[in-house]
Design a protein around this ligand. Structure first.
Ligand code: DOR
Ligand code: ZN
Length: 484
């Protein structure tokens, strides 16, 4: 399909009655025909013409005459959407492959319409040197079904420049130091010392890359959890209430500090896990002052993490609680552009690592899988009128491509990679543990259904998911570089 075997098509252009010239046209291998194309600019019936790995035209249906051996993918009745660029994914390799590995994670990504993943550095070894990063790039290169990048930890300041030169899209740090467990923030990946944070902001600045931070005030967490522990309460409810203390103080205090540091150093900040009204207000005010900041919401803050979920799913509901007034603020901010993008924060853990959380949520590994489910769930919300289809295209692809300057990706436009998703609104998606492709083997959405289904995912013009099956091959994925 992506070979160079197809003959170029030609068109004969009349000039004068006695004289015709023949113009060569770009070779076209594949056309996504008869679908409704969704971009940030709008929704329109159009054919998407593909040559090799790239889109060559988005044209009115049937407007471009095609050579008979061009492959035709019938998209009638379906939406043609951009493949998701998921900037926050825990692929777990190396070090924690009993939870997930690069192949299993990107298999789930392909089924979920995710065409590019950014991996996170809380691995063993923690990604903090160029040497470790180079080894990791080799692993992705041989194992990933979809395009990829990786965000290393900038804690070793003298490694920052070399890691940037390798082609990373951003750096990542957690302001968390786990109490009572050694994962998910292994030593070296969690830093909340303000002096060290400031030095990292400064070291990143010359690279021009964003600094992605998991905001968290460990000191406030420590004193809050003590009051529950004193009563012998280590339940999922106690954990959820600890993190939600004082209407989001643990998150908001950290975000206020981070925004000040971004402003002081001029380094671009990317905030993960937006989940409180206070944080949203802080980002709005910082932007008004000209602070360079982007931020993401994760699927659980939109579709999970109600108090009922905390009670019913316990440790499987991530362990965070997003009270209703915060959830409403998050939806509003996603729609008005304060929150730039959706990212999964796909965080697979085994059932055994979760089960201990019913008794002691501080001993369980926090986080929940989501890479396979998030895009379909967001499109279900579009069907319900909670978000427009053009905004969906922005938050899953156009905004992450823009904020992380991902070259060639994110837009359904001529010249861009043909990273596409077909979504059939007439079908139904059923979420079940049996359908999970992640090694973790469970989804917090087990038992739910939603309107519409992803039917095909394409990475650079080649199917990685089609007709209900993952058809991508490990090693097809390629480094998605920032265009600096
Ligand atoms: O709950 C979380 N899980 N928070 C993180 O920061 C990391 C993630 C993981 O790796 O499981
Ligand atoms: Zn995460």
């Amino acid at each position: 399909m992506n070979g160079d075997t197809t003959e170029p098509t030609t068109s004969t252009t009349p000039t004068t009655a006695s004289h015709r010239i023949t113009l060569p046209q770009p070779r076209i291998d594949r056309v996504i025909a008869g679908g409704t194309v969704v971009t940030g600019a709008g929704v329109q019936p159009a054919d998407v013409l593909i040559a090799g790995e790239r889109i060559v035209a988005v044209a009115s249906p049937g407007a471009v005459p095609l050579h008979e051996d061009v492959e035709r993918v019938d998209a009638s009745g379906q939406y043609v959407l951009p493949g998701m660029i998921d900037v926050h994914v825990h692929l777990r390799e190396p070090g924690y492959v009993h939870k997930e590995d690069i192949s299993t994670c990107t298999t789930a990504a392909a089924a979920g319409g995710v065409t590019t993943v950014f991996g996170m550095p809380n691995l063993n070894p923690v990604t903090k040197t160029r040497e470790i990063l180079d080894d990791l790039f080799e692993l992705y290169d041989s194992k990933s079904l979809v395009d990829w990048n990786h965000n290393p930890v900038p804690s070793q300041l003298d490694e920052v420049k070399a890691m940037a030169e390798a082609g990373v899209a951003a750096f990542k740090i957690y302001m968390v130091v786990d109490t009572g467990r050694d994962y998910p923030h292994p030593s070296g990946s969690g830093i909340h010392d303000h002096g060290h944070l400031l030095r990292m902001f400064e070291a990143i600045k010359p690279t021009g890359l964003p600094f992605m931070v998991h905001p968290h005030d460990q000191a406030i967490m420590d004193v809050t959890e003590q009051s529950y522990w004193a009563k012998g309460d280590r339940s999922p409810q106690a954990y959820a209430q600890t993190l939600a203390t004082h209407n989001g103080l643990i998150w908001d205090t950290a975000i206020a500090v981070l925004l000040q540091m971004a402003e002081a150093t001029g380094t671009k900040l990317h905030i993960v896990h937006m989940q409180t009204a206070g944080s949203i207000e802080l980002v709005r005010r910082a932007r008004e002052r000209g602070v360079q900041v982007s931020c993401e919401v994760n699927h659980w803050a939109l579709f999970l993490s109600t108090w009922r979920d905390v009670n019913e799913l316990g440790p499987y509901a991530l362990s965070y609680w997003v009270p209703d007034h915060h959830r409403e603020a998050v939806w509003e901010a996603l729609n008005d552009g304060t929150i730039d993008m959706l990212a999964s924060d796909h965080a697979p853990h085994t059932r055994a690592e979760k089960e201990v959380g019913w008794e002691d949520c501080w001993a369980c590994h926090t986080g929940t899988p989501g890479i396979q489910d998030q895009y379909a769930l967001l499109l279900d919300s579009a069907a319900d009128g909670k978000i427009s289809l053009p905004r969906v295209a922005e938050v899953v692809a156009e905004e992450p491509a823009t904020e992380f300057k991902v070259a060639d990706k994110g837009f359904i436009r001529p010249g861009y990679h043909a990273d596409l998703v077909l979504f059939d609104p007439r079908r139904t998606t059923t979420y079940s543990n049996d359908a999970v492709l992640s090694r973790s083997g469970w989804t917090p959405y087990d038992g739910r259904t939603s309107q519409g289904a992803i039917t095909r995912t394409m990475v650079r013009g080649t199917d990685v998911f089609a007709d209900g099956a993952v058809v991508g091959k490990p090693g097809w994925g390629r480094l998605a570089r920032p265009a600096l």
